[in-house]
Design a protein around this ligand. Structure first.
Ligand code: KG4
Ligand code: ZN
Length: 358
């Protein structure tokens, strides 16, 4: 079956065609129109501008996706669209577009939760996770652990009580002069810092804790992993401590070592996620872990989670980098399972800013 999927929850307008055959997915096309260049001017996403840019792009990228997949609308068996969570004015664009297309052409359609979509990026791998497994979403809006009991049934087992990890990289990155979105630049700058701190180009992350840079108490930052027996996070303390450090240095007119600081910040953020993933795997022995979301592209996090999964003797599923950030191929994969579970949307479908998983 051919699935045409749409995604417009934040700052990427995306359309993709994914084929499901012989119990496997093949991505026939995956078009992502990024609005980064527009939002860069403001240092973050401006919701009103995002909505308008989605409207401008959605029809064009649909033609592109169908053309690249070498199919026409009459070959489409299912339409899938992200309906929540996200920016409401942004979500509504793809929801209304997909709905009109489906209703006008008599094509079945399904609503997809954005986070379930992110986790579904691992269903596009050669080896895919099969429920039950643990899902870890690390993105601009989410930092959460889920028990995935079927392809459509999710329960939150840990989440952030304030900021998300990606959002925190973007905010602190901005103060370090890294253009929006700061994630990838932060990742590279931190690597420079780890190497500078340890003098080792390979085992820098593992050796970092023993380095003089890590012992520098002026740069000390709090861990975002809560130690109350929950699997929860709080990134606001880490963010505030980082802002205070940068302000203090500025007031004293002292130079900041950006790379060393990015390394320290990354270390605390990554270790917190690793610690909670480790605890969740201990509480759910023998369960595989699937990581997803824009921050799943982080090289340090990927490396660290591989170690944790290895320690527990379970498989770690990590999407290809191109399917970590927002895209519609992942929405198509989840859309297939929503359809298989008998879920259907109709003309009454609406978008919602809030999470559907709790
Ligand atoms: O999943 P996503 O594309 O959008 C949301 O659903 O939020 O995630 C975007 C986030 C941004 O905060 C971006 O800075 C972050 O993912 N990101 C990264 C990396 N690449 C993207 N964060 C850390 N390291 C990266 N390599
Ligand atoms: Zn996302």
């Amino acid at each position: 079956m051919n699935i045409l999927a749409f995604e417009s929850s934040c700052d990427e307008t995306a359309a993709a065609v994914v084929q499901r055959e012989n119990e496997r997915f093949s991505v026939l096309s995956n078009v992502v129109a990024s609005q980064i260049d527009i939002h860069k001017l403001y240092g973050g996403v401006v919701p009103e501008i995002a909505g308008r840019a989605h409207i401008e792009a959605v029809s064009r990228i649909t033609y592109e996706a169908l053309e690249a997949a070498k199919i026409t609308l009459s070959d489409v068996d299912l339409i899938a669209v992200t309906a929540q969570p996200g920016l409401i004015g942004a979500l509504l664009v793809a929801v209304n577009f997909a709905k009109s297309l489906a209703v006008a052409n008599g094509i079945p359609f399904v609503a997809v939760d954005h986070i379930k979509g992110h986790i579904a990026a691992s269903y596009l791998l050669a080896q895919t996770p099969k429920p039950p497994f643990l899902g870890l979403a690390a993105s601009g809006g989410h930092t959460a652990l889920y028990r995935v009991s079927t392809f459509t049934d999710y329960a939150v087992i840990g989440t952030t009580r304030d900021d998300a990890i990606g959002e925190s990289f973007d905010k602190i990155g901005r103060l370090l002069g890294i253009p929006y979105p700061a994630g990838a630049g932060f990742d590279a700058l931190a690597e420079e810092g780890f190497i500078q701190a340890t003098g080792d180009k390979e085992n820098f992350y593992r050796l970092y804790k023993k380095s003089a840079a890590y012992k520098d108490s002026e740069m000390r930052l709090p861990s975002p992993a809560l130690k109350d027996g929950s699997f929860d996070f709080s990134f606001s303390g880490l963010k505030t401590a980082a802002i205070n450090y940068l302000h203090r240095k500025e007031e004293k007119k002292e130079e900041i070592d950006r790379a060393l600081f990015a390394a320290r910040y990354t270390y605390e953020a990554v270790e917190a996620v690793a610690m909670q993933a480790d605890a969740a795997l201990s509480a759910n022995p023998g369960t595989a872990l699937a990581v997803a979301g824009g921050v799943a592209a982080n090289s340090h996090l990927r490396r660290r989670l591989a170690e944790i999964a290895n320690k527990h003797g379970v498989t770690l599923y990590v999407p290809e980098i191109r399917y970590c950030g927002d895209n519609a191929a992942m929405i198509a994969a989840q859309g297939y399972y929503e359809y298989a579970a008998g879920n259907r949307a109709d003309a009454a479908l609406n978008a919602s800013a809030i999470d559907s998983i709790n």
